[in-house]
Design a protein around this ligand. Structure first.
Ligand SMILES: Cc1ncc(COP(=O)(O)O)c(C=O)c1O
Length: 488
């Protein structure tokens, strides 16, 4: 059946329709605009500021829409606001400090503002004339992050919509660098390209290899040691074996903060190995890069300044609203040489910043705005106190685990996250079910959320302690709930 297309609204004139749906540039509908904006913002404020009283997840994750979503006629403002209420009631509520299951938590206040303003002005990070201020802001802020990570003045980077895209972009540049140029054809390369990373590396490394046509089998996963770090001697052997087998090692990916347990590969020794074999080093600091602001903890990233490229997600440990990710290159000119595709349909600019020529996406949101506003509101030293606070909370969490013989932590806690497993006495084959039940109990009875990954082949509870309102009391309560389940 073909859908009936309504050309004209039934109840509104064209002028009325437009005045309801847009912000008039002559202030003629300013009262309507104010009322819609204020009531929508009020709904959001009410929801976010009472997150502690709300469920962390709806009881049934599979909401069924029993009404058509492509309405033919305009809805009233109050009907639309009912839809927003419905959305809020069915959403993940990561604002509560008892939501500790993913690297997703509450956004900074100014990233909410930033997203709203970015949508309002609707500039496009495509090129300078579509976003004059924001393009230069992105270029400059990426440069300042380069300095933070210890890069020199020749470094630079861009902002992308998430860590997977950032890792992909870094690895594309590494691939083009290994082959000598972005213009050559992969098919003409007589050696198979290989990437090395730890067995705990994020799946985006494999995804990148798949997209780049290298094949996921050419991502060589190096086992980790008892601390969850890529085993450097096994890496060395694997590199030698690959070279002997006639393969072309294209990159080593060191992970600074693995996805499931948060551990940090030994970056400095890996960097030395890469220099010795002339291999591109990419550090995936998507999660652990947050430590760079902390005088107390940044030594864990020692050697990161030797990497050819670094990725870091301010959307994680800087609490900038999604999406916001950085890819940084030690040698910006090299990045430019191996990535830029020139276009000729917008005005040339002489400051050499044309973000769409330098990034996988063309049109791009102004994710940089909420990053900039968040930094203004916290300051790098404010972020330091926040990161240090989360690390202190993580230490308190680890003490609780150590005090309970039935709880096991995957690896030592190096960042504000870990993976634990409850292993009570009795039949080991029941432990997976036991952990799944514990997760279900915490969520349904105690409104506490930990995620349940399969880690090293076993179901475990993953805990990420980045909510800024987390206190030691919250952690004490969570362990009380775990004990409650264990003693039932
Ligand atoms: C270490 C690591 N790298 C990359 C990613 C991918 O980031 P994103 O989910 O923003 O695409 C993640 C996601 O959690 C991650 O943990």
């Amino acid at each position: 059946m073909t859908r009936k297309i309504t050309v004209r609204p039934v109840n509104y004139s064209y002028d009325e329709l437009i005045a309801r749906a847009f912000i008039s540039p002559d202030q003629s509908n300013i009262d309507h605009v104010r009322s819609v904006m204020q009531s929508s913002v009020e709904t959001l404020i009410k929801y976010l500021s009472s997150a502690n009283e709300k469920p962390l997840l709806p009881s049934d994750l599979s909401y069924t829409f029993d009404f058509p979503l492509l309405n033919d006629h305009p809805k009233t403002v109050s009907e639309i606001q009912n839809s927003l209420e419905l959305l809020l009631s069915q959403s993940m509520n990561a604002n509560s400090p008892y939501y500790v299951g993913h690297m997703d938590s509450m956004p900074t206040l100014f990233s909410i503002v930033g997203d709203m303003i970015a949508s309002g002005i609707n500039n496009n990070m495509f090129c300078l004339e579509l976003s004059p201020f924001l393009t230069q802001l992105e270029y400059q802020i990426a440069k300042e992050f380069c300095t933070l990570f210890g890069y020199g003045s020749g470094a630079g980077g861009i902002v992308l919509g998430g860590g997977t895209l950032a890792n992909l972009q870094a690895l594309i540049v590494a691939r083009n660098n290994a082959l000598g140029s972005a213009t050559g054809k992969l098919a003409s390369v007589d050696k198979e390209l290989v990437i090395f990373c730890s067995a705990m590396a994020h799946v985006s490394v494999k995804k990148s290899a798949m997209i780049m046509g290298m094949g996921v089998d050419n991502v060589i996963a190096i086992p980790v040691d008892f601390e969850g770090h890529m085993d450097i001697s096994l890496l060395e052997n694997a590199v030698r074996d690959a070279i002997q087998a006639g393969k072309l090692p294209m990159a080593v990916v060191a992970t600074a903060g693995t996805t499931v347990s948060g551990n940090i590969d030994p970056i400095a020794p890996i960097a030395k190995l890469c220099v010795a074999h002339d291999i591109w080093l990419h550090v995936d600091a998507i999660w652990g890069g947050g430590l760079i602001v902390s005088e107390r903890h940044k030594h864990k990233l020692c050697g990161i300044e030797m990497a050819n490229s670094i990725t870091f997600n301010p959307q994680k440990w800087m609490m900038v609203a999604k999406t916001c990710s950085l890819v940084l290159f030690k040698d910006f000119q090299n990045f430019d040489n191996h990535f830029r595709i020139k276009k000729d349909y917008v005005r040339e600019n002489d400051i050499a910043v044309d973000l769409s020529e330098l990034s996988v996406p063309g049109t791009k949101r102004a994710d940089v705005l909420k990053l900039w506003l968040s930094i203004q509101s916290m300051g790098i030293r404010g972020y330091e106190s926040y990161v240090d606070h989360t690390m202190e909370i993580a230490g308190h969490f680890a003490q609780h685990v150590e005090a309970r013989p039935t709880l096991k932590m995957a690896y030592p806690m190096e960042t504000a996250m870990t993976c634990i497993r409850s292993e009570p006495m009795g039949d080991e084959s029941n432990h997976d079910v036991w952990n799944a039940d514990l997760q279900g109990y915490l969520l349904s009875k105690r409104n506490t959320f930990m995620s349940l990954p399969t880690f090293n082949g076993r179901k475990s509870l993953r805990v990420i302690l980045l909510n800024p309102f987390l206190t030691k009391d919250v952690i004490d309560n969570i362990f009380e709930y775990i004990d409650e389940f264990t003693s039932e």
